[in-house]
Design a protein around this ligand. Structure first.
Ligand SMILES: NC(=O)c1ccc[n+]([C@@H]2O[C@H](COP(=O)([O-])OP(=O)(O)OC[C@H]3O[C@@H](n4cnc5c(N)ncnc54)[C@H](OP(=O)(O)O)[C@@H]3O)[C@@H](O)[C@H]2O)c1
Length: 227
């Protein structure tokens, strides 16, 4: 499948790299491909520059957002949640993303007043539903937003892989396609929560996740649903 991953942060890189490794045709979408490819500085956390990452993932095309939109049958939203609507609009260009699968892994976290972040949308709405309303002819599926990027693409790294990922969406076929992608990554406990409004729950769950990390001193953690 042609997969366009929007966002060149840790999440975008992790997912683009994994889908490439799994044999999909992958592009990563960025506002300014030239500037992104020219960035050779490590970030504040010491993560490799984009240029260094891309040198190890040369199979991943680096495209401007509208070109990524044209390329992807599936579009993975790995942009900062506060700008995701803007990013998706740029990705749509003159089109409306009709018929595309939008896999939304973003969280609407607002760090403007420091830590812990607040949620820019919650309770009666979610980022995933905002995206679906903006692009009614696309199929939005929310998933993978409740764990760190390293665990997203390598569930086996903790607990023998015996922990949970959620999917939310209004379109059964789209959720099935996402479930297959998750299984390819190695996820085994995939819980279909129901329609897209259930993303309100998983986006708000992240308020717990951000507090667990300092409490436990690690981000190599995840939720596990015990029946
Ligand atoms: N970090 C994690 O492990 C984790 C885990 C679960 C969920 N999430 C969620 O996943 C998303 C990505 O997180 P992240 O930590 O990888 O990165 P991030 O720092 O939140 O930003 C991701 C990307 O957003 C793009 N961006 C920023 N402003 C934009 C704008 N105005 N228009 C279009 N694109 C814009 C940038 O891409 P360019 O500069 O290349 O254009 C940037 O690389 C977030 O929503 C986050 O809450 C993160």
């Amino acid at each position: 499948m042609n997969i366009a991953v929007l966002g060149t942060g840790q999440v975008g890189r992790a997912l683009a790299g994994k889908f490439d490794e799994l044999g999909h045709d992958v592009a990563i979408g960025t506002r300014d491909p030239e500037a992104t490819l020219a960035s050779t500085e490590r970030d504040a956390r010491g993560n490799p520059s984009f240029a260094e990452w891309h040198g190890q993932h040369e199979g991943v095309e680096v495209l401007a957002l509208p070109d990524a939109g044209a390329f992807g049958e599936a579009i993975v939203n790995a942009t900062s949640g506060l700008v995701s609507l803007e990013a998706l609009r740029a990705t749509a260009g003159d089109g409306d993303l009709a018929g595309k699968l939008i896999v939304d892994v973003a969280n609407p976290l607002d760090f403007s007043t420091g830590f812990p972040p607040t949620l820019a949308v919650k309770d009666t709405d979610s980022l995933a539903e905002q995206l679906q309303r903006a692009f009614p002819d696309a199929d939005v599926v929310k998933t993978l937003n409740t764990m760190n990027n390293a665990i997203m693409v390598n569930p086996g790294a903790i607990g023998g892989g015996d922990h949970t990922v959620f999917v939310s969406g209004d379109h059964a076929q789209a959720k099935q396609r996402v479930t297959e992608l998750l299984e390819q990554i190695g996820w085994r406990d995939i819980v279909d929560l129901g329609d897209l409004s259930t993303a309100r729950g998983t986006e708000m769950l992240v308020a717990t996740w951000v507090r667990l990390v300092p409490a436990l001193g690690t981000n190599a953690i995840n939720f596990k649903i015990v029946r």
